[in-house]
Design a protein around this ligand. Structure first.
Ligand code: IMP
Length: 201
């Protein structure tokens, strides 16, 4: 089998890596920064998904040869004015604590009937410290009354995608990989690669 092009994800979130691998199939070899222990930690000081994805993609790609892809993503809830948004991973007060994030979301949504929300994902592709392009994806839905399901990660047990009656965590990996914000952004990335006018892997 010919060697597959290598894509290095600027993330330490094993769930994101797993999902991106699953969506891309076997056309790329996908590693994340946990395979390169000397890479720096990148601080996410931006106020938009694009700013944070750029910080991560460029911050990692300055230190490593080859294609680097960063994912910045989060949940926007209309009744909360778009929160938690770019602060999704620390909404509950502790970075990356999904249980606390979900508890706070449930608390803030108590008694609220307008429960529309969306997940957003922005991907930035970079090589040798230079941004090549960015891609976005969105999935609309609503916040469930109570958590349900074991699949996915983060807010998936509380998010019911439009056109469905179960949470993303109930729907599971196969369905999530067709309809998620991340899947939409990855499809845009693949389409750009296939058009091939700016990138040669
Ligand atoms: P980031 O690592 O700064 O991009 O933060 C992403 C955060 O957004 C995660 O920690 C989750 O809280 C939330 N998030 C992003 N994508 C998903 C998803 O696919 N399902 C559930 N939560 C997500």
């Amino acid at each position: 089998m010919p060697t597959r092009p290598l894509l290095i994800l600027a993330t330490r979130n094993a769930h994101k890596t797993e999902e991106i691998r699953h969506i891309l199939g076997d056309q790329f070899e996908v590693l994340d920064v946990t395979s390169f222990p000397d890479l720096p930690e990148i601080e996410e000081t931006g106020t938009t998904f694009l700013e944070n994805a750029r910080l991560k993609a460029l911050g990692i790609s300055r230190h490593i040869d080859g294609w680097v892809l960063a994912d910045d993503s989060g949940l926007e809830v209309d009744a909360l004015g778009g929160a938690p948004g770019v602060w999704s991973s620390s909404f509950g007060g502790e970075e990356g604590n999904h249980a606390k994030n979900n508890e706070r979301l449930m608390r803030e949504m108590t008694g609220i009937t307008e429960r529309s929300a969306r997940f957003r994902c922005t991907l930035v592709l970079a090589k040798n410290g230079v941004e090549k392009d960015f891609f976005t994806g969105t999935v609309k839905g609503r916040i469930a009354e109570s958590p349900s399901g074991n699949g996915g990660f983060g807010y998936d047990p509380l998010f019911i995608p439009e056109g469905h009656f179960q949470t993303m965590a109930d729907l599971g990996a196969v369905i999530k990989s067709t309809l998620s914000h991340r899947a939409e952004a990855i499809r845009a990335l693949v389409a750009a690669i296939e058009t091939g006018n700016w990138v040669s892997f």
